[in-house]
Each structure stands twice: as structure tokens, then as C-alpha cells.
Design a protein around this ligand. Sequence first.
Ligand code: G1P
Length: 278
Amino acid sequence: MDKKEIRFAVLPSAGFGTRFLPFTKVVPKVLALAYDRPLIHFAVLEALAAKIENIIIVISEGQESIKQYFDSDPQTEKNMRDKGLGIIAEEFKSFREKLNFVYVTQEAQLGLGHAVLSCEQLLVDEPFAVILPDDLLINPQPELIRMINAWRQHQGNYVAVEQISSEDAPNYGVVEIATKQHNESRFKAIKGMVEKPVIGAAPSNLGVIGRYVLMPNIFDAIKVTEPGAVKEIQLTDAINACIENVATYAYLIEGVRHDCGTPHGLLRASIELSSQSK
Ligand code: G1P
């Protein structure tokens, strides 16, 4: 029987955060502050807005501080309320009341596909979302909600995309659009995907950004995916391998995406969030 709800979100968070050294010597990258909240806090807020109940955070050994961040801490929450940060204390309260957190340790950093595969046991027959915490999306209407609504109409694999320049293509998964159309214009059926194409070889100007809705048979594809770009097991390659059998759509986001995987992108996101909060 087809599942009609997305009940799980996978948040890959195990990266070394090389671009954030020396900070990441002691603090995982996803705990870096985008203005007033850590990146992973925004990712969880997004999952909550999309009514996803189960959060699977993929961590690496030594990243227990991510778990501590979400663990109940009545004293700090009381301090927050006392200091006028009740709104953030409320967010933690709703995380506790509405979400189950599970932590999976990725034994080796073999790529995004491998990080997702490490959650397989928790996702038997479950379609699921993937949220990359270092892609911060700013839109009062979370893009993931639109993706899940579309998925309910037409099940399949979904990837969020934005327009990119040809010089930037080597940093992205890039989709190839099919002529067959989804019935909503921001959604385009895709017939291929390439991870980190060299300049000039990208099949379109639509680069994948870190939001996915995936069918559970993705795991079979990841298992037979060889290391690809940057010698990692790429989620893009596994999605591409399913395209013949699983309808696959790109969703062109409406809002702004900040690549918080770089200090510069994180700073830009912080500036935008700070200007919105005034
Ligand atoms: C990952 C994905 C890539 C996507 C990008 C978006 O790459 O593999 O397809 O375009 O995230 O942020 P990474 O940035 O981890 O190299």
C-alpha cells in the first residue's frame, strides 16, 4: 500500500565542516549560528512546519553536542523566558512535544548518499524528506510543505532546485528537464541528474539545493551506487539511477536559499535574518 504521508526527515549533519575551521575543531558545523539560531534549529523548525514527526539526525562520532542541543534542559529554558527569549523557549517546548529525535552515527564520511543509507533501518517502507541544514531557505511558506503537497498528488522522488550560473555548476547536482510536465508549473519532470558537472557540461541551469522527498526504494539504488564526484557516494547518482522507474521532479523554490556551507554564505544568511527580525 502506498504511504500517503511523510513522517520522517533525515538531517545529515556529520560533515567535518572543513570550511569552518577552526570553529569546527570543537563545535559541529550545524550548530553554527545563522543570526540567532543554529543552522540545525532552522532545519528542525522547517520539519515541524511540514508536520513531520520524526527527526533522524545523522551525526559522526564526537558530535554528541548536537543531541545535547535538543535534549530537554528546563533550567536554560527558564533562563530564556526570564531574559525575554520566550519565543525560543516555546520552540524547544514544541520540539519536545511534537517531535521524536533519533540519532544515527555515520561511521565514515563517505558522502551524502552514504549518510542517507545509514538511516535505512529506521525507514522501512517509509517515504521521507531530507533536509540539509547548511542550505538555509528563507520563505514564510516553507518550500518543503509545497514539495510534500505535490508528492501527495504524484508520488515519486522530488528535489528542490534554484537557478545557478554555469560557473557554479561544479558545486551542485544539476537536473535535466524532461518535456513531460507536472501539473504545477514550479514542478518539472526530470529525466536525468549529474553531480558536480564540469563547466560547460551541465544539462540545465537548475542546481539541486538541500531539500528532497524520496521514495524508500532509494536505498536499493544507494547500495549499488559507486563513489562518484569527489569520490563520494552521491545521493544525486542514486536518484538518477531510479529515474526510469520512479517519477522524478524538480521543484523550483520560490524563496531565497543561502549556502551556509561557507562562512560567506552564513554571514549573508545572518544579515538577511537580522534585517527581517527588526
Ligand atoms: C550536496 C549535493 C548536491 C547539492 C548540494 C546543495 O553537495 O550532493 O547535489 O547541489 O548539496 O547544497 P555538497 O554541497 O555536499 O557538495
